[in-house]
Design a protein around this ligand. Structure first.
Ligand SMILES: [Zn+2]
Length: 338
């Protein structure tokens, strides 16, 4: 079995109306998986997250406020973020799928896992829903790995085209979680400058890699191979989480980056090599991606790389991009081995 994929039909019941973050995203992924026999991956229904798991990241009052909003019939949280009658089940299982994926790989029942849900999570702050997101699934999963499973170091690489402001802020002062985000800048939500490196004991453990609009495989793949890979190897995590959005794709309508299907596969290969060098398992948590065909194809290609036999070989043809060299120079005070 290459890996285990967690999903749940409640993802289809979060109704956003005419909105880019829509149920067709999941339908396209399911169709692509069905056409490829789920790439041989085992399929599991995501459990609902426990209150305990949610409240390690989100205050109880905030969790209650989302529950009440949905119970009252839903409504707008901000200009982009809507709750419907089906949202509570969707977000509970979304966080639960991420937690289950972590339990599967840390517990050793699967070498790699993925949690495929909507809505996404990485914009959700501890006490604020925003940017289509309600609960920060990857943050809940990372904190579960630390608090409930006893891990000491968890790395999160967020390759969604938007900055993962929620995850960034939740672990800002923590040296236990290395949070690395590559994102288009300027773009929503406007956070994530290179100068934001974390705070207090977490200084250096937040790494922001903003890239200009129009950046393609040359930039994104080099940053992943030449910056994220060495960072992960230096941090030596016991678990690598990928906050996997597919909206840096050239076909995506919400951003201007130009990553191809092959580019996402190459980034996955770099992540897998770095994780393997540390003996760390990988779990993927779906974030954005709004061209549904590009999303479905690229996700399948990434799962194929993560679940393949053997660690993928280094791509000798990948040139070190000047942006990667600049990031290495910038980060060398915290990470001398870079
Ligand atoms: Zn995004």
């Amino acid at each position: 079995m290459p890996g285990v994929l967690f999903s749940h039909p409640s993802s289809l019941e979060h109704d956003t109306g005419a909105h880019p973050e829509r149920a067709d995203r999941i339908r396209a992924i399911e169709a692509a998986l069905a056409a490829r026999d789920s790439l041989g991956w085992a399929r599991e229904a995501s459990p609902a997250a426990s209150r305990e798991a949610l409240e390690r990241v989100h205050p109880a009052g905030y969790v209650d406020s989302i529950s009440r909003l949905v119970a009252s019939g839903g409504g707008a949280v901000d200009a982009d973020t809507y709750a419907s009658a089906g949202t509570w089940d969707a977000v509970l299982h979304g966080a639960g799928g991420a937690v289950a994926a972590v339990e599967a790989v840390v517990g050793g029942s699967s070498p790699v896992a993925a949690s495929i849900h909507r809505p996404p999570g990485h914009h959700a702050e501890a006490a604020r829903a925003m940017g289509f997101c309600f609960f920060n699934n990857v943050a809940v999963a990372a904190q579960h790995a630390i608090t409930a499973l006893g891990l000491s170091r968890v790395a999160i690489f967020d390759w969604d085209v938007h900055h993962g402001n929620g995850t960034n802020d939740i672990f800002h002062a923590s040296p236990d979680v290395l949070f690395v985000s590559a994102h288009e800048s300027p773009l929503y939500p406007g956070s994530g400058p290179a100068s934001d490196v974390g705070s207090g004991p977490g200084a250096g453990f937040t790494v922001n890699l903003p890239v200009p609009g129009g950046s393609g495989d040359d930039v994104w793949c080099s940053l992943t191979e030449h910056v994220v890979g060495p960072l992960v190897r230096s941090f030596e995590p016991e678990l690598v989480l990928v906050s996997a959005g597919f909206d840096a794709h050239v076909d995506d309508p919400l951003a201007t980056c130009r990553v191809t299907d092959a580019g996402f596969a190459a980034m996955a290969a770099s992540v897998r090599r770095a994780a393997a060098a540390c003996g760390a398992p990988v779990a993927l948590v779906l974030e954005g991606g709004y061209d549904v065909d590009a999303l479905a194809r690229s996700l399948c290609d990434v799962l194929s790389v993560l679940g393949a036999d053997g660690v993928p070989a280094v791509d000798d043809g990948l040139t070190r991009h000047p942006q990667a060299s600049a990031a290495q120079d910038r980060l060398s005070s915290f990470w001398p081995s870079l």
